[in-house]
Design a protein around this ligand. Structure first.
Ligand SMILES: [Zn+2]
Length: 284
């Protein structure tokens, strides 16, 4: 009964939302930062190819006490153990990435160049061992403060989305590290809830309004999840409202094409049957 009521509540809230604006011919819902995170998490669990499941908590500094504090602070910040590419990477612009991400990047790059934007990919696939080396060079001490400062910018081995080969860092030619948000290139990418990257299957990796996502927001990092994943959101699960609200595609005409989605007919039926029950409960 509780599940039914929650379902009805979520459906009614979603049905009350206005249809999402579309910056392109494709229909793409607008998403919040947490919804973008949910879409990526769902894509690595269900559709993205060439991935091994996440590994465990590996050694970082070689000091067990320091490592334990690093892991604790990292998890408190929202870092997660992430899947790792298991082969098949291709080289584009001097970096390794997944084939589908590479094909999409070439298309996005072509549209960017045609519009006068020259940003490049500065980093894509990184192994956990590479990430360990990188993190250790950025760790300036072993205090909790030093650990937290490093984790503001750099993932620890096993938790980077770069391990998947689906995450790309963009960089403006004249940019100093961390200032991509201030470039016209970022403004072009971010316009209309990232409508141009969405067209090619990319979404922001650590958006400005994401909560507890590990590092501070990283406007330069994008992840490829595929166009279908963006159009469909994630399947509704009434036990997890964040995922439920991310799934906006029931309002789209092509909702039937989204596996695990709810058709418009099903939505109508649920509202018709469950809506009055919810109303009765609220009036009681
Ligand atoms: Zn990155």
């Amino acid at each position: 009964m509780i599940r039914s009521l929650l379902l009805a509540l979520v459906l009614l809230m979603a049905a009350a939302l206005p249809a999402a604006a579309s910056g392109n011919d494709e229909y793409f819902p607008e998403y919040s930062g947490d919804q973008f995170q949910a879409i990526y998490d769902h894509a690595v669990e269900t559709t993205l190819a060439n991935l091994d499941p996440p590994g465990g908590q590996v050694s970082i500094t070689g000091n067990a006490d320091v490592d334990a504090r690093i892991w604790r602070i990292a998890f408190d910040r929202g870092y997660l153990l992430r899947p790792v590419a298991n082969g098949g990477l291709v080289s584009v612009d001097g970096v390794q990435m997944q084939p589908e991400a590479a094909a999409a990047w070439k298309q996005l790059r072509a549209e960017a160049r045609a519009a006068g934007y020259r940003f490049i990919v500065s980093s894509a696939y990184r192994s956990p061992n590479m990430q360990r080396t990188w993190f250790n060079t950025k760790l300036s001490g072993t205090s909790d403060d030093a650990i937290n400062t490093a984790l503001t910018w750099y993932s620890i081995p096993g938790t980077s989305k770069h391990h998947s080969g689906y995450a790309l860092d963009f960089r403006h030619r004249n940019e100093t590290f961390g200032s991509f948000r201030d470039t016209p290139d970022y403004a072009w990418l971010a316009a209309n809830n990232f409508s141009i990257p969405k067209t090619y299957g990319f979404i922001p990796s650590y958006p400005d309004d994401g909560s507890a996502q590990g590092p501070s927001p990283e406007p330069w990092e994008f992840v490829w999840v595929g166009v279908d994943a963006i159009r469909c959101g994630v399947p509704m699960d009434v036990s997890e409202s964040r995922f439920a609200m991310a799934h906006r595609s029931w309002l789209a005409d092509d909702v039937v094409a989204c596996s695990g989605g709810v058709t418009l007919d099903e939505l109508d039926e649920m509202i018709r049957t469950l809506g009055p029950k919810l109303g009765a409960l609220l009036r009681a």
